[in-house]
Write a protein that binds this ligand. Structure first.
Ligand SMILES: [Zn+2]
Length: 315
């Protein structure tokens, strides 16, 4: 094995856990995937289709033959998490792709998903690459409670984690007491803190909160963020994320009531102006900031409308 790693970054959590930076939206340290170098090696998340060559190089420098990869586990089917799954499944012919049962049909036939992502991310779509259908027999279709032994004490336990999307799962790794969070705990960058990810079409606030409680009960010692990296102090981070999420939904709800349902553009403009003053503006290019804000506002707005229509609106 080469002594210097170029593609696989070691994590502080465990000598066999590595993160690969997918350089999402052209940014370093914004989104990636994990390689767990266990006797049965596993990938958690895949990055985009165009991340696949980098993943193969990372496997090579870790001394893992593609034929030996046992599992490719995705927290959900959004393209920054599962976009590369079909491509990696082809290159790792013995790997089974672990996916939550609600999302699995989209990996078998990704056409509708790709169109939905295109609507949600708008001008950022060129970053998202493409998807390749995965033959059904390569999938292991799971729900919370499933457990995969990887050898030497490593394992992946599936935790139902709806909220960001109804088919979202997290994976708990018992040996390192770490939790692969997907998007269930937002996007975290140490220098600016949390960034919301509340996308259409199915963001659900109460389910997100219930998921955070379920994750707390596991008492993890590490959070392995897809966006981005392994962080200690999970209880502080889970509390902080919940506070930020409540505030975000609360602000949108208040402004929506103030502006009225027909003033959707004014709602976007308001939050874009606000976020342009926030630390986010230092991170994103202006067009990316605009697309992200629109996506996160739309997700909450659709949720608020659904809640009003179902008669459970508190107002
Ligand atoms: Zn994501």
């Amino acid at each position: 094995m080469p002594t210097e790693l170029r593609y696989a970054e070691p994590t502080p959590a465990d000598p066999n856990l590595f993160v690969v930076d997918a350089e999402m939206l052209g940014m370093k340290g914004y989104g990636g995937l994990y390689i767990l170098r266990a006797p049965k090696p596993a990938l958690v998340e895949t990055g985009f289709s165009h991340t696949t060559p980098k993943v193969l190089k990372a496997l090579e420098e870790l001394g893992i033959a593609p034929d030996d990869v046992a599992y490719i586990a995705v927290t959900h089917v959004h393209m920054d998490h599962a976009g590369g799954a079909g491509f990696l499944a082809e290159r790792c012919p013995n790997a089974r792709v672990i996916c939550h049962r609600v999302g699995a049909p989209h990996l078998i036939n990704p056409e509708k998903l790709v169109r939905s992502v295109q609507r949600a991310v708008g001008p950022l779509f060129p970053y998202y690459g493409e998807m390749k259908p995965i033959p059904e027999e390569r999938l292991v279709i799971v729900q919370g409670g499933a457990r995969f032994e990887l050898g030497d004490g490593y394992a992946l336990e599936v935790i139902d984690a709806p909220g960001h999307a109804p088919h979202h799962a997290c994976f708990y790794e018992p040996q390192t007491r770490g939790l692969f969070t997907g998007d269930a705990v937002g996007i975290y960058r140490r220098e600016i803190g949390f960034i919301m990810t509340t996308p259409p079409p199915s963001f659900h606030f109460e389910e997100s909160l219930a998921t955070l409680n379920r994750l707390r009960e596991l008492k993890p010692e590490w959070l392995y963020f897809t966006h981005y990296g392994a962080h200690p102090e999970p209880s502080t981070l889970l509390d902080e994320y919940e506070r930020r999420l409540r505030a975000w939904v609360g602000r949108i709800e208040a402004k929506w009531h103030e502006l009225g349902d027909e003033n959707e553009e004014a709602l976007y403009t308001h939050f874009l102006e606000e976020e342009s003053q926030s630390p986010l503006a230092r991170l994103y290019e202006p067009h990316a900031l605009q697309a992200e804000v629109r996506m996160n506002v739309t997700g909450v707005l659709l949720y608020l409308r659904r809640r009003r229509e179902s008669g459970t609106d508190r107002n």
